[in-house]
Write a protein that binds this ligand. Structure first.
Ligand code: PLP
Ligand SMILES: N[C@@H](CCOP(=O)(O)O)C(=O)O
Length: 466
């Protein structure tokens, strides 16, 4: 299996080189040269597998012989060993049409752990086996950073620097990142928003001499392995729901920001998983909703909402979708991305827009709707939603048709976002690992939104002996 760039200017690469490259060297995103498809009989066989065995079967199609099967199994087992639920990502039935897949049983209580625990193990393996220097650089609206830091803290041969928007992540997210005192971790709290942080790191990755000199590696969903690891739970969600669905079509509804999570669902669908509808749920930063409803992809004004991890206007995986939408024509993708940069928007209409609407439904929940859903589900089902999942539930309620079943992905534990829960007049108990954070000292450097300052911080971090 080889991987190529959505912009067509990178020589085909193997799996490991693709992971190490992160953002493609031509500014695009890496994708498989050919998406492997699975037959109905394979789906049938996979439907009984444990989470880890399913992971290994899916990864085998993409990694081929680059990582020996025993090594891959060990990496997967280690990655999921410290999840609090034996199933990794259990599915709970809420009522006849709604199932919730809980993706928050990992160490940092958000769905990012599912892929980032594996990435931490994977980078450590590559560093030991091939002597690669791993200097992770990432941007976060709160969850990716916490999960990535947790995945690699204290690991030999790896340093990690995470940029988060100053005062724009929840208190628990901030504490999860900044109470880590390992010498291989640097937290930069940037006076700006997530899009500013993401732009800085993408520009640094695009500076190829800088990237090479400092061995920069990506953990955000620009890295294809993040997408692949997330694909596993779409299969798992589908299989766990099939019996209760009893032949009814199964939709999957996904709280979305950077478009990485839902793109993993799109990939699962391309591989042959018969998901009926993929429903995009966003908040008041509703660029994805506007795109699906009107064909206009245009970053708007940034809004701070009750679901801060989805406060994103520039969704980096949109380019991967565009690539498949444009029938894998890299030249057209480059032209569209050029247009986005020069004109600030991409507009699709007519049959193109109809195609988008066949691929996705989308809803951007208002702040009020988000809180209403939290209150309603607590009252009706005694189930406490986190505000991102609550946006998902609002979209499920709008788009799940009669006689359809929907799995809504619960992307975080409500304890991470108590700011929203308090507004609903609900008092929750914090799980012990979260409660413990409040007594710990914090380590972070607050900086202006300034790429040169990030470079200075990185250069001094990389000279430190850890
Ligand atoms: C809790 C939570 N829900 C949803 C999302 C959106 O996921 P994605 O960025 O992959 O679209 C994020 C972060 O991105 C998140 O942290
Ligand atoms: N919500 C994310 C934003 C970054 O998304 P990623 O999937 O590209 O890592 C976060 O929690 O940081």
């Amino acid at each position: 299996m080889k991987y190529i760039s959505t912009r067509g200017q990178v020589e085909p690469k193997g799996f490991i080189d693709t992971v190490l490259m992160g953002l493609a060297d031509d500014g695009g995103l890496m994708v498989p040269e050919k998406v492997p498809t699975v037959s109905e009989s394979t789906l049938q066989a996979w439907s009984k597998l444990s989470y880890i065995d399913l992971f290994l079967n899916i990864f085998a199609l993409y990694v081929e012989d680059e990582i020996p099967a025993d090594d891959l199994r060990q990496l997967a087992e280690k990655s999921y060993a410290n999840f609090r639920h034996p199933e990794v990502a259990p599915v709970r039935q809420i009522n006849d049409s709604l199932h919730i897949m809980e993706l928050f049983h990992g160490p940092t209580f958000a769905f990012k752990d599912v892929a980032l625990q594996f990435m931490g193990e994977f980078y450590s393996y590559i560093s030991k086996k091939y002597g690669e220097v791993i200097h992770i650089l990432g941007a976060t609206s709160g969850d990716t950073g916490a999960a990535a830091i947790q995945g690699v803290r204290g690991k030999e041969g790896i340093k990690i620097c995470i940029l988060h928007p100053h005062n724009r992540v929840s208190k628990v997210q901030e504490l999860q990142m900044t109470t880590v005192d390992d010498q291989n971790v640097l937290n930069l709290s940037v006076k700006g928003n997530f899009d500013d942080c993401q732009k800085i790191i993408k520009d640094l990755f695009a500076d190829l001499p800088f990237k090479k000199q400092h061995h920069l590696r990506a953990i955000n969903s620009i890295n294809f392995v993040r997408i692949l690891a997330q694909t596993v739970y779409y299969f798992y969600a589908y299989f766990r729901t099939q019996e209760a669905a009893a032949g009814r079509p199964i939709n999957i509804c996904v709280p979305s920001g950077n478009f990485g999570n839902i793109f993993s669902g799109f990939l699962a669908q391309k591989m042959g998983l018969p998901i009926n509808k993929l429903i995009i749920a966003t908040n008041e930063n509703n660029i994805l909703e506007r795109f699906v409803k009107t064909g206009e992809y245009k970053p708007g004004d940034f809004r701070s909402t009750h679901s801060p991890s989805m406060d994103i206007q520039v969704a980096s995986n949109f380019e991967r979708y565009l690539y498949y939408f444009l029938n894998e024509d890299a030249a057209k993708v480059s032209a569209y991305m050029q247009q986005l940069q020069s004109e600030g928007q991409i507009v699709l209409s007519g049959a193109d827009l109809e195609q988008v609407q066949q691929d996705f439904a989308a809803h951007g929940a208002s702040n009020a709707e988000c809180l209403d859903e939290i209150r309603k589900y607590k009252q009706q089902y005694d189930y406490l939603l986190d505000p991102h999942t609550a946006c998902g539930i609002a979209a499920y309620e709008l788009y799940n048709g009669d006689n359809e079943v929907c799995v809504t992905l619960a992307t975080a534990h409500p304890a991470k976002f108590d700011e929203a829960i308090i507004l609903c007049d609900i008092k929750q108990d914090f799980p012990a690992p979260i409660a413990a954070l409040f007594d710990m000292p914090q380590y972070q450097t607050v900086i202006d939104h300034d790429q040169d300052e990030v470079v200075r911080q990185l250069e001094s971090f990389y000279t430190l002996q850890v």
